[in-house]
Design a protein around this ligand. Structure first.
Ligand code: VG1
Ligand code: CO
Length: 544
């Protein structure tokens, strides 16, 4: 089959956001849309593409298989040497990152819209990861966007569809397409980081766990690792079969969208430990019996206890968190005497810190936690690290949480999302906040006093690049904080995210209802930003 050059015209909207190009499925179904973007990726990566290895896989959502076949043809026609494809077209985001690193690939194409809903009316996405296994940094995503906006042709072949379900090698043009087990390489990596025998011992002694895969990509990974390798009873993993529409649900592991797991963990006969992951397997939700563990607290607890696991026995070089993540991990870093970096939202900003050895662990308030073992956040890894800590200490998960608060204080935390608001109104709200920044300090709002207000800018300590306008931060004198930013992963209108927190050092005040403790901060945030006035909403659509 000869390589064909096909005329195309550019699409103006192929601009990657926080995590790749994410749009409605119907947008990706436009003729040449997927081809155009993948050609732009391949040309941007082209320095070194010829003869090199690429990794390809997705979260199994609607359009995954078709897009995989398209990507295979374009990769072959553009001179890729070897293409590693997850069996069934599946690769969780962290497994793709691990495979890129272990195979010496120059990068990988991951098909995912992560926690966004799937199905014909849902979302789809494509992102590019670099040779370090991490999301392409800003300068590369901008280059892909520029290329996609000027492209006039793409290269493909007319080869028949590859059998994605059969492990093996097929030659397509000059390229070797290898369908590989999506789980084996990842599971082996996990066993180098945690003490598998120690965790297996927990399960042998009757430890009960529930892992909700939310009908997304982690089902096969969790079944293999938890049930087969670690000996958790069958049925520990629920909703384990990846479905193209995730059973009609949001594959987003938070108390709202993983409500069945939450109900079980808050019930009288709760298992010892509950966890869930998202569409593409990079997020994690941790639930102790009777307590949701906020991702910000989970990051802090893992930072404090990671040395118990073999992969981190040498201690941590440093930690990092995204700016809207609570300051709980900062307190641990201070105690450990290690640096703590504050980055913009999105995993790509951790890449340089991890590559340069400045940090070992990092995380985001949005249920993302990870370490230097890959360059993506890693849902199952966080779950395994928690399990190893439980096994090493012999403590219950809820005890670990309460003891952590008693030792470091509690950062009460909530995020309020205003979804699908009018984009113009959302931009006006942010613009107005930014304009008023200099006048805010000193103002009293409700019972709180604004101490500082700024628009977060990040200067990368490794490459010196500066990323501005990453979110408005309001710091109150009462050790509370409100952060405002617009989502970069939504596909309809704009989503305003308001992150709210307040520090409470007194252990006698650690068992209060979160929304009640934060009520004054919430009210102040709504007033300062004029949320109702700008958006017409008097309440958020999702509270987590
Ligand atoms: C959201 C989260 C961010 C995360 C990103 C990708 O971005 O807030 O922390 O890195 O999703 O996660 P935004 O711009 O919508 O706030 V995933 O699991 O969707 O790849
Ligand atoms: Co995700």
């Amino acid at each position: 089959m000869p390589v064909r050059t096909v005329a195309t015209s550019p699409f103006a909207d192929q601009k990657p956001g926080t995590s790749g190009l994410r749009k409605k499925v119907t947008v990706f179904q436009q003729p040449r849309y997927i081809e155009n973007f993948i050609q732009a990726i391949l040309e941007t990566a082209s320095e070194g593409l010829r003869g090199a290895t690429l990794v390809l896989g997705g979260d199994g959502r609607y359009l995954n298989r078709e897009a995989i076949q398209t990507a295979i043809r374009l990769a072959a026609a553009n001179g890729t040497g070897r293409l590693l494809i997850g069996q069934g077209g599946l690769l969780s985001t962290p497994a793709a990152s691990a495979l890129i690193r272990s195979s010496g690939a120059i990068g990988g194409i991951i098909l995912s819209a992560s926690h966004n809903p799937g199905g014909p009316d849902g979302d789809f996405g494509i992102k590019y990861n670099m040779a370090n296994g991490g999301p392409a940094p800003e300068e590369v995503t901008s280059a892909i966007h520029r290329r996609a906006s000027t492209l006039t042709e793409y290269r493909t072949t007319d080869t028949p569809d590859l059998d994605l379900d059969r492990i093996g090698e097929t030659r397509i043009e000059g390229m070797v397409a290898m369908v590989v087990d999506p789980v084996a390489n990842y599971a082996a990596l996990m066993e180098t980081l945690v003490d598998a025998d120690r965790i297996a011992g927990l399960f042998r002694r009757g430890f009960r766990m529930r892992f909700d895969a939310l009908s997304a990509v982690t089902g096969p990974y969790a079944q293999e690792i938890l049930e087969r390798r670690l000996g958790a009873p069958a049925g520990t993993v629920i909703n384990a079969v990846p479905l193209p529409d995730f059973g009609g649900n949001h594959p987003d592991p938070n108390p709202v969208h993983a409500e069945a797991l939450m109900a079980e963990m808050m019930g009288a006969d709760a298992p010892d430990f509950g966890a869930a992951s998202d569409g593409d397997g990079d997020r994690n939700m941790i639930v102790a019996p009777g307590h949701f563990v906020t991702p910000s607290d989970s990051l802090a607890i893992l930072a404090a206890q990671a040395h118990l696991a073999p992969g981190y026995a040498r201690g941590l070089a440093g930690v990092a968190r995204s700016m809207p993540t609570s300051r709980a991990v900062d307190r641990v870093a201070k105690r450990l005497g290690i640096p703590c970096f504050e980055t913009p939202t999105g995993w790509k900003f951790f890449g340089n810190l991890l590559d340069s050895g400045r940090i070992t662990l990092c995380g985001e308030e949005s249920a993302g936690t990870g370490s230097d073992h890959v360059r993506e956040k890693d849902g199952l890894w966080a779950v395994l690290l928690w399990l190893d800590i439980l096994a090493a200490t012999g403590k219950r998960a809820d005890a670990i949480l309460l003891e952590h608060w008693a030792e470091y204080g509690r950062d009460y935390y909530t995020r309020h999302d205003y979804e699908e608001v009018d984009a113009t109104a959302a931009n006006a709200l942010m613009a107005s906040l930014r304009e008023r920044l200099p006048t805010l300090p000193g103002q009293k709002v409700g019972g709180l006093t604004i101490a500082e207000a700024d628009d977060f800018a990040y200067a990368d300590p490794v490459d010196g690049s500066v990323t501005a306008a990453q979110g408005v931060r309001i710091l109150f004198a009462e050790d509370a904080r409100a952060v405002f930013r617009l989502s970069g992963t939504g596909t309809v209108g704009a989503t305003l995210r308001v992150y709210l927190e307040r520090f409470e050092p007194d252990p006698s005040r650690h068992a209060m209802p979160v929304q009640e403790v934060l009520a004054p901060v919430i009210a102040a945030a709504q007033e300062i930003a004029g949320i109702a006035r700008h958006t017409g909403r008097d309440a958020p659509s999702v509270v987590t």
